[in-house]
Structures are given as C-alpha cells and as structure tokens.
Design a protein. Structure first.
Length: 292
C-alpha cells in the first residue's frame, strides 16, 4: 500500500544562526500543507542531513510530526552508508511517530546489488515502512530493476523513489513495480507527468517547496488521467525546475524559499549560497510563474 499519492515535499531544513529556526519551520509546514502537498519528507537530500546534528534531527523530526498532526504523512530521511546507523535512524523515526522512512542506498562504499538487498533487509527490521531511494549520481550505487524486484519481496519495503537519470531503466523499474505492487515515485520534478504516465504514484519534489500548489495540480491532473493538461503544465514548469538544479540541490531551492519570504537560511558548508548569476536566472523563472 502506498504511503501517499501525489506530491511529497522534499523539505529544506531552515537553519538559523546556530541551529534550526522553529518559528520559520512552523510557517513552512503550513505553507506546504495549505498548498496541497500529500506528504512531508524531512531530512532527505534536500534537508541536508549530513550537516544536521543528531539532536537537531530528533528535535526537528518530532516538531514536524507534531505540527503535521496527522494531516499528511511524515516520511523521514533515514539513510546512511552504515547499515547500523540507517537502522538506528529508522528506529528513531518510528519511536517519534513517523509514518515511514526514506532510505537512500549506501553511498561511497559502492556495495554490490546483493549488498543493497542485505542493507534494506537489515533496516526493515526496525519495523517502519521504507521507501528506498535510488540516486546513483550522488551515491555511486545504482539499484537495478532486477534488484528492485528483490526489494519488493522484503516485508516493510513499500516503495521506491527513482532518480536514476536513465529513462530506459526508469521504465523497466516501473514495470517491476507494476508487477509487484511496489509504489514508485519520481525523484525528478522535470519528468513528473511522464513518470506518472508510467505508473508512478507521484513525485518526491524539490519544486513543491516554493510551488506546492502548481506541483499538486500537476499530480492531480495525472491521477485523473488528464495527461494532455498535465503535459502543458509540466512544460510551463520546466524552466523553473531546471533553474532549481542549476547548482547542486538544495542550494537553489533554499534561495527560492528566501525569495518567497521564508528565511530558511543558507546551506551549511561545504554547500555555499547560490551564485549571483544563478540568482537572476532563478528569479526570472519564478517571475514567469508569478511566484514572486
């Protein structure tokens, strides 16, 4: 059973001067939910988990779960290149009341396909629903479609966020998911309509942060099989989506959030703020959509 359909917001983390700004986080949660998102996903790639402390991770997760107040599911990033650490994160998320966890493949270690399967088997023992996350451009590890079929057989693995960057592999994984009942989500905003035509339940979206209503509308059209209208909206959004990835995520989207009035802070080092020429590019695409 899918944890959600439609748009899951891959949340930024609003870092203040020394720690997370909870006043901003409160308003930000309401912005996303009122904008129509179907799920909140803190501490995925967009949430900079590598530079958040364990205390920040736990406190912010508790805060988001409490303030979402069951209006939408909260699916917390719990990935690590240490299987034991990923398991511990999943246990923490379960204890705090999360609805599920997003678990990226182990990065840097470059494990085999067998290692991927064993990793998810071990994390699944935490007893909380898991969405696996395949993003080989970041991790150096690619979940092949045959391996997705093995993951689907693991009790507790309920979905996959696919950001492989290869349309043929994406399609083959979609076929596996259709055959096994595993829920598939696009990890790329720019192919949302195409992905949902292939059977994805929705998108785990960076663009939903500054544009929750538009991304929600896009997914709603797809879920109603109105793909001609969805394609038109996708084309309208794509210059903006491209601008959101003109530098590594979440650098541009944090700037986009600032431009619409949310002081989410700069990314933490080693990430830096958006370059001035890219700020102008981002502003231009946001003006075209009347976001600013």
């Amino acid at each position: 059973m899918a944890l959600f359909t439609g748009v899951g917001a891959a949340m930024v983390t609003p870092f203040g001067k020394d720690t997370i700004d909870y006043a901003v986080l409160d308003k930000y949660i309401e912005h996303l939910i009122s904008g129509g998102v179907s799920a909140l996903l803190p501490f995925g790639t967009t949430g900079e988990p590598a530079t958040a402390s364990a205390a920040e991770y736990e406190k912010a997760t508790s805060f988001i779960i409490a303030h979402a107040n069951k209006r939408v599911p909260v699916i917390v990033g719990a990935g690590s290149n240490s299987t034991a650490t990923a398991y511990d994160h999943a246990c923490t998320a379960k204890r705090l009341g999360a609805d599920g966890v997003l678990v990226v493949t182990p990065y840097y270690n470059k494990c085999t396909q067998r290692g991927i399967v064993e990793h998810y088997k071990a994390v699944a023992k935490a007893g909380i629903p898991i969405i696996a996350y395949n993003v080989p451009s970041r991790t150096g590890v690619n979940i092949l479609p045959a391996t997705v079929e093995e993951l689907a057989a693991i009790d507790g693995v309920v979905g996959i966020k696919e950001a492989c960057g290869n349309i043929e592999q994406f399609q083959n994984t979609a076929k596996v998911c259709a055959q096994t009942g595993l829920a598939m989500y696009s990890g790329d905003d720019g192919i949302t309509a195409t992905a949902m035509l292939m059977g994805c339940k929705g998108v785990i979206s960076v663009a939903a942060n500054p544009a929750p209503q538009m991304m929600s509308e896009l997914c709603a059209l797809c879920l109603k099989n109105k793909f001609t209208e969805a394609q038109a909206l996708q084309f309208k959004l794509n210059d903006f989506i491209s601008a959101l990835f003109c530098e590594v995520n979440p650098i541009p989207v944090k700037k986009a959030m600032q431009l619409i009035g949310f002081e989410v802070g700069a990314p933490r080092l080693p990430l830096t703020e958006l370059e001035p020429n890219h700020v102008e590019l981002l502003k231009s695409t946001m003006r075209e959509l009347e976001l600013i």
